[in-house]
Design a protein around this ligand. Structure first.
Ligand code: HPA
Ligand code: ZN
Length: 326
């Protein structure tokens, strides 16, 4: 691996990043000590040993378990600041950051604690790290639509800090249509819309996310590759996909990185982007994902530049305040 070819310095936007998935073992233990939380893992090495996942659910179990250490505004600020520092070092100039309020509300951590804490870090990210940011609030699709609607209501006082809504957690059995009314309400509030679809779920979920939820980007969208007519539509409508190659390997959505459909999707004309998803768990931040696909898939310089260009084209760079007052 020649350092001369590393894509770390290439300016990029990260559009698929769960802030709770940036919790590195060292910070998890630090926050656990600070908050008097006992983790069921001996130390950071033992915790890293647990990072061998069979599928999305086995990852989610650990992801939700470790959130127990996030209690105060300061915890959320420290978490986001650590991510922004690492992302900046890997060429990220703009980050659209997912958060999962339901996972915190369920533990007695208030919406205000989460949003104000994240905002403390995001508000100084341009100055401190040279990274512009947006916040995207995700609904947990394995919770009820009523719970998602309550969460949207709870975010009411903080909507000036939230650019859009997303949909994540266990996909299969929880089709996008379940959240029709929630997304209609989000649209009426002027929020941008995205959703995870086609990670473990079938290509039909991608179509439904577009037609029923009105999403502007598809998170993952990997399984569109199984449906040529869908690929054609995504190309025609220039729907961006926020792919996460190292995540797909770790969650065994693809066998190896060399089997990833990214090159085929690019050749088909899709607006692909490369992102890190949950970098603390999946072995790499944004630049690591770029380097890994270059290495394993042999993408040429032009394709790699196209991926970086796409990330800015697909970003919600518009001024939030201007959009809402239109
Ligand atoms: N998929 C679904 N839900 C998630 C993910 C993911 O990759 N990461 C965090 N929550
Ligand atoms: Zn994700």
């Amino acid at each position: 691996k020649s350092p001369y070819h590393s894509l770390m310095p290439l300016p990029k936007a990260e559009l698929h990043l769960h802030i709770e998935g940036t919790l590195e073992p060292e910070l998890a233990f630090e926050l656990a000590a600070r908050n008097g939380v006992v983790l069921p893992h001996a130390d950071t090495d033992a915790l890293r040993e647990a990072y061998r996942f069979a599928d999305l659910q086995s990852f989610l179990n650990l992801y939700y378990e470790l959130m127990a250490v996030l209690r105060t505004e300061r915890d959320f600020a420290d978490l986001a600041d650590a991510y922004l520092a690492r992302a900046a070092a890997q060429g990220v100039r703009h980050a659209e950051i997912f958060f999962d309020p339901q996972a915190h509300l369920a533990r007695g951590v208030a919406m205000g604690t989460v949003v104000e804490g994240l905002w403390a870090a995001l508000g100084r990210a341009e100055e401190r790290h040279g990274v512009s940011t947006r916040l995207i609030m995700c609904f947990l699709r394995d919770e009820s639509a009523a719970s998602a609607m309550e969460t949207l209501a709870a975010a009411g006082p903080y909507l000036d800090r939230i650019t859009g809504v997303g949909l994540d957690s266990a996909e299969v059995g929880h089709p996008p249509v379940k959240f029709r009314e929630v997304y209609e309400a989000a649209a009426a509030l002027g929020l941008r819309r995205v959703a995870h679809a086609g990670e473990e779920g079938p290509p039909e979920y991608i179509t439904e996310a577009l037609d029923v939820l009105g999403v502007e980007r598809i998170d993952h969208g990997l399984r569109c590759a199984e449906d040529p007519a869908l690929v054609e539509r995504l190309v025609r409508e220039r729907v961006p996909l926020t792919l996460c190659p190292l995540s797909n390997v770790r969650l065994r959505t693809v066998d190896t990185l060399a089997d990833h459909p990214l090159p085929a999707l690019l050749d088909a004309g899709l607006m692909c982007t490369v992102n890190s998803d949950d970098p603390a768990y999946f072995g790499g931040y944004a630049g690591d994902n770029f380097d890994a696909v270059r290495e394993a898939l042999g993408l040429d310089r032009e394709k790699l530049r196209q991926l970086a260009r796409n990330s800015f084209l697909a970003a919600f760079l518009e001024d939030d305040e201007e959009r809402r007052t239109r």
